[in-house]
Design a protein around this ligand. Structure first.
Ligand SMILES: Cc1ncc(COP(=O)(O)O)c(C=O)c1O
Length: 381
């Protein structure tokens, strides 16, 4: 029998699969995995159906349907006052996960160092490792998860090729500020370091806080791949449609990777999204929609014994249970699913050494009834 020598020996079943299965088995409320419990706009479904019937069923152009690339470029120019050329600088891909992988593949060679802040979204590390890159972690700690840019400066070496950022941030709900961008710009000036900015939650921001995209800083924009996703914005995580915005030279290399990963992305979905983006209210209404969800969840957990700082963005709220239990976060998340019927994600899984700061992550992209029931159950602790 031929033996497979795993290229990813440390990768097993993810916590998301474990918790979702446990939630289903136990009939628990699933506030673990990050997807909405509600459906997308019926208009969007009608648009897909329209384009399916119209015969938009063959391969899309490699870099995306022109109408969608144009709509993304227009939305970006309106919101952030930055122009990306739809022809050369906007690429539609199969979800932000692909965008991240393609961008990493475009620039990381074996033994290049990649700075990753943790807690980190789980695809970053394996994507770097599969490209032979060396992970250089910087640990951010609760409750503020603040980046110390002096530490970042010290981690830079001649081998540093890439810095990965995520704002608004999963799992912490934190957002970068313009002052963060200024520090970063100073650090990478006169280097050949690229940046990947994962901005899939760009429209999910709270308390009037504007999303600060890396593209808004001109000297960072030149070296940055912005990775976006329609999954989070339009409640269509199952469609897996994302995009990458990057200056022309970066986009050329990005597309070389994209074309060997998936080549092109679902055609009728792209046409439907192009039409849907023509109405800016479809995305401009999202912050308000999710503000209500976050506030609802906070009111539901207000009289529990958990402590928390309200999330600034994303659809996740982290809570500390250090005043409640000594258990590690993994065990507690499992116990809460089994005993009170609420599934969450232990934040230690987002650290490569599984740092346990006694924090759980709840996803509040759920119907109000589910959030209310979760609050009732969490009050029992
Ligand atoms: C921070 C972050 N980046 C990327 C993704 C993946 O996005 P997509 O579903 O478009 O691949 C997720 C999904 O949970 C995420 O939370």
């Amino acid at each position: 029998m031929i033996q497979v020598k795993s290229k990813q020996p440390h990768v097993g079943t993810t916590i998301f699969t474990v918790m979702s299965k446990l939630a289903t088995d136990m009939g628990a409320l699933n506030l673990a995995q990050g997807f909405p419990s509600f459906n997308c706009s019926p208009e969007l479904i009608d648009l897909v159906s329209f384009h399916l019937k119209k015969g938009h069923n063959q391969y899309a152009p490699m870099a995306g349907v022109p109408a969608l690339k144009e709509a993304i470029a227009e939305k970006t120019a309106d919101l952030y006052k930055v122009n990306y050329h739809p022809e050369n600088e906007v690429t539609v891909v199969s979800g932000a996960t692909e965008a991240l992988y393609a961008a990493i593949t475009a620039v990381v060679r074996p033994n290049d160092e990649v700075i990753v802040f943790e807690p980190a979204y789980d695809s970053y590390a394996p994507s770097v490792e599969l490209n032979g890159g060396i992970l250089v972690y910087i640990t951010l700690k609760p409750p503020h998860y603040q980046i110390d840019w002096e530490v970042v400066k010290q981690k830079i070496t001649p081998q540093t090729r890439l810095i990965m950022l995520n704002t608004p941030h999963n799992p912490t709900g934190k957002m970068l500020s313009m002052s963060d961008l200024n520090y970063l710009a100073e650090i990478v000036r006169d280097t050949n370091i690229f940046i990947i900015s994962d901005e899939v939650y760009e429209h999910i921001t709270f308390d009037g806080r504007p999303h600060i995209s890396l593209m808004m800083h001109p000297t960072l924009q030149e070296r940055t791949f912005i990775c976006g996703s329609f999954g989070k914005t339009f409640h269509i995580t199952g469609w897996k449609i994302g995009y990458c915005l990057a200056p022309k030279d970066l986009s050329v290399e990005f597309r070389k990777a994209h074309q060997w990963i998936t080549f092109a992305t679902s055609t009728p979905m792209q046409y439907a999204l192009a039409d849907f983006l023509k109405k800016p209210e479809n995305y401009l209404a999202i912050p308000d929609f999710y503000q209500k969800k976050r506030d609802k969840f906070l009111s539901c957990i207000q009289s529990t014994r958990f402590t928390y700082t309200p999330a600034e963005g994303s659809f996740f709220q982290t809570v500390s249970y250090s005043g409640i239990s000594e258990e590690n976060d993994y065990d507690l998340a499992i116990r809460l699913t089994k005993e009170i019927g609420v599934a969450s994600i232990p934040v230690s899984v987002f650290y490569h050494q599984k740092n346990d700061y006694k924090i759980l992550r709840f996803c509040f992209a759920k119907d109000d009834g589910i959030l209310e029931q979760a609050g009732e159950r969490l009050r029992k602790i």
